[in-house]
Design a protein around this ligand. Structure first.
Ligand code: ACM
Length: 778
């Protein structure tokens, strides 16, 4: 018997990779038992729903519609009587309602079971929402063509047999979309909601107002949209470029459109939480109604990204306004929750306002943080009186948390921890793992993004339950959400690119128990999921396949380049002559690529059949006498190390678009001495400085190059001031200093920091940064 079992196990193993893809459900179900055989859907297959059940009919219709579109089969929807009904041998797909208690397993609101056998498919749940999630799993067991928008020919519509019991880990599984920085049409909002539902996510957080645009019609205050929904221009490129496009921009949703979206979302069991930002991020509202700001304006709708000093003034007029706005918002959104923002509210305008200072005295508030808390508590009280619950970003903890507040933890996980320790609910959205506006691959190969680096695997690794809280406190962690801020995302297709597949990973973070997650297994399912997204015309990112390069310098001063792609099955091919890699280029070997003279390494991942997967990676390596040489610094860099300890001589130059590739000194001079190992003739010393004014990075005032044979006595080879100190925003200043065959073993470069930022700079008086990279000696 034992022997026999071993043989079965072997056979099962050999089919493993195929079997895996048949059950490619994302998010991964709690329990899935695979069994042999399959249920094949034909034109004769019926869809059965219980008699007089208006909740389940729409689900049956959704399923029938999929088959009609993709196979032209019209599956009949028939009703059955619950009493005495036996599903076996019905040749049907059955929506079976259960009372909340079923057998020995209690099925909660979102739980379901799904049993696929050769002669029946049964979806059981105690609510229509649970049945809807069963349906999502069923669709993912079908061939991916079920998601097509037109007839898919020659498909055998088989569903692999299995038995699933499924329930989510967290009750809150959300995705946010910022429609203020860029406006997204209703058609896209609906597609976004469809994609949430596909991933069993249940909350769409709609960020409707911000400095750069007010996007929701409020009947009592028409100027909010007449004035507040329009800005005179937008930023172009990255914030650090400080460029503007000169083109008016605007858009808003009518109340009718809002209702249409909410109704649409309800059909997909997605709750829509509106966010109305206060007291900060209010420029658009202030531009429309300047009397609501402390200085009374005039204000203009924000054209720059970032945070503005002007915010709502906590006057009675402002509270009446906000209560009126929220009253209209509440009437439009059935959601229990209303999000009131609360993040990034500078206190400058309150500090300068006699009214605020007087109010603080009168209310016994000791500082502006307590004034913020006073503000939020009043709004909380109002929302509570209307039967609603308030959500705010974690700054609302400052100055004392409001009694009924739920905290959305974004600046890290600390806000969430603090909230649950005070017995408040928290939703986890830390920037480190949940900000889907960050880069997902090498910035030099990606569309401009806000910054950061959040690859798929890191999103997937997130555990919303922080370490160090009790089981009781953990119950207050409601769940997790992906945030999609759109300063750098102007179109639906770009939004899709940033959000997927990272939101697919986040869906699994929210649904699947942390200890049941497995990244490798996820990526196997993801490949099937990519096909679904393709059928749904989602412009998902293939960054998962992108090749990344890391390098180190060996003892022979050669650069050893290691290439990597996240996918195990992919083959990396590369060139070092600058040409595009093809299916016949060299196959990368794990020993690395050794670069012995200046070269561009280009690499791409391919399938084993030669089909291109991710993007083409390209990196230039600069090999010279200083490459791999150690150096000493009179003062150490701050935060920016250029990637490694000897970042100045690692063969990789700093890139304008990626601050992390530079060596940065805050308020300090560069004073570096490189040891070339032996005395030699020296011709030139080269280096580059970066200026990015809005990031407080300025060119040095003066540079000096010195040489020495013994490392003690240095002679100056060249000393020169840098011109163009106040020039345009961003520049990479490449310099090459001729030193005419002087002999030396040690090369010293001293660059004098710009010093304090000038009066016309927002950071005036603060120390400037000096950014330098790759000191070459030839
Ligand atoms: C935020 O990212 N300011 C919540």
């Amino acid at each position: 018997m034992k022997k026999f079992f071993g043989v079965i196990a072997l056979i099962a193993l050999s089919f493993y990779s195929i079997a895996q893809n048949k059950y490619a459900i994302i998010p991964k179900p709690t329990q899935l038992v695979q069994t042999a055989g399959s249920f094949v859907v034909t034109a004769q297959t019926k869809i059965l729903i219980p008699r007089n059940n208006p909740d389940l009919r729409p689900l049956a219709e959704m399923l029938a519609e999929r088959f009609l579109i993709t196979s032209s089969m019209t599956l009949n929807i028939e009703e059955f009587d619950l009493t005495g009904f036996a599903p076996a041998n019905t040749k049907a797909i059955i929506f079976m309602p259960l009372s909340p208690k079923s057998g020995d397993k209690t099925l909660g609101e979102e739980d379901y079971t799904l049993k696929v056998e050769a002669n029946s498919v049964v979806m059981s749940a105690s609510t229509a929402k649970g049945e809807f999630y069963a349906l999502q799993s069923l669709l993912q067991l079908l061939p991916t063509e079920i998601y097509s928008s037109s007839a898919a020919n020659g498909v055998k519509w088989s569903i692999p047999n299995c038995s699933i019991y499924d329930r989510p880990q967290f009750g809150y599984r959300g995705l946010m979309l910022d429609v203020s920085r860029h406006f997204f049409p209703v058609s896209f909002i609906k597609k976004y909601i469809d994609l949430l539902a596909l991933h069993k996510m249940n909350t769409f957080h709609w960020h409707l107002t911000d400095d750069q645009g007010w996007r929701i019609e409020i009947k009592k205050y028409p100027k909010l949209t007449e004035i507040g929904s329009k800005r005179k221009e937008s930023m172009e490129g990255h914030f650090t470029d400080q460029r503007f496009d000169g083109k008016p921009y605007g858009g808003f949703y009518t109340q009718e459109q809002i209702s249409e979206v909410v109704k649409y979302a309800q059909k997909k069991f997605v709750n829509v939480i509106p966010e109305i930002e206060m007291p900060g991020h209010a420029m658009a509202a202030l531009a429309a109604y300047p009397e609501l700001g402390c200085s009374k304006g005039p204000y203009e709708v924000g054209v720059k990204w970032g945070v503005y000093d002007d915010v709502f003034c906590p006057t009675e007029q402002t509270f009446s306004f906000l209560e009126d706005v929220l009253t209209e918002v509440i009437a439009l959104f059935p959601s229990n929750y209303v999000h009131i923002g609360g993040d990034e509210c500078p206190k400058v305008s309150w500090k300068n306002s006699p009214f605020c200072q007087e109010l603080m005295k009168k209310e016994g508030l000791k500082d502006e943080h307590e004034l913020q808390s006073y503000f939020i508590k009043r709004i909380d009280k109002f929302l509570t009186s209307k039967g609603k619950k308030m959500i705010g970003w974690d700054e609302i903890l400052e100055g004392g948390i409001s009694p009924n507040a739920t905290i959305m933890s974004w600046r890290g996980i600390e806000g969430g921890i603090e909230a649950v320790k005070q017995n408040h609910d928290a939703i986890m959205t830390p920037g480190s793992h949940c900000y889907l506006d960050a880069y997902q691959s090498d910035p030099s190969s990606e569309p401009v993004a806000i910054g950061g680096f959040l690859p798929l695997e890191k999103v997937y690794s997130y555990n919303p339950i922080p370490a160090g809280i009790t089981a009781e406190q953990a119950k207050h962690i409601l769940g997790v959400q992906g945030n999609v801020w759109t300063e750098y995302i102007a179109t639906p297709s770009h939004a899709e690119y940033m959000v997927f597949p990272r939101a697919s990973a986040l869906a699994e973070v929210g649904w699947t128990a942390n200890n049941a997650k497995d990244y490798k297994d996820f990526t196997t399912r993801l490949k099937t999921h990519f096909e679904r997204l393709r059928f749904l015309a989602v412009n998902y990112s293939n960054a998962y396949y992108d090749v990344s390069a890391s390098s180190s310098v060996n003892a022979k001063s050669q650069v050893a380049v290691k290439l990597k792609t996240a996918d195990n099955g992919a083959v990396i091919r590369y060139t070092i002559d600058g040409t595009e890699p093809t299916a016949s280029s060299l196959v990368y070997q794990p020993t690395g690529v050794i670069v012995t003279k200046d070269a561009t390494v280009r690499a791409t991942a391919f399938t084993d059949k030669g089909q291109k997967l991710g993007k083409d990676m390209s990196k230039y390596y600069y090999i010279n006498k200083s490459t791999g040489r150690k150096y000493t610094l009179a003062s150490q860099p701050t935060k920016y190390l250029g990637g490694e300890t000897y970042g100045l001589t690692n063969g990789v130059k700093g890139e304008a678009g990626n601050l992390d590739t530079w060596v940065g000194f805050e308020g300090k001079n560069l004073d570096v001495t490189i040891d070339l190992g032996q005395v030699m003739n020296l011709q030139t010393v080269s280096f580059a400085f970066l200026r990015a004014k809005s990031s407080w990075i300025m060119l040095p005032r003066e540079v000096e190059v010195l040489v020495s044979e013994d490392g003690k006595k240095f002679t100056s080879a060249k000393k020169m001031p840098l011109g163009n100190l106040e020039g345009e925003e961003k520049v990479v200043q490449q310099l090459s200093v001729g030193i005419d065959g002087k002999k030396g073993r040690f090369v010293k470069v001293i660059a004098q920091n710009y010093g304090k930022l000038p009066d016309n700079h927002p950071g005036k008086g603060s120390p400037a940064w000096l950014f330098v990279d790759e000191i070459g000696v030839d």
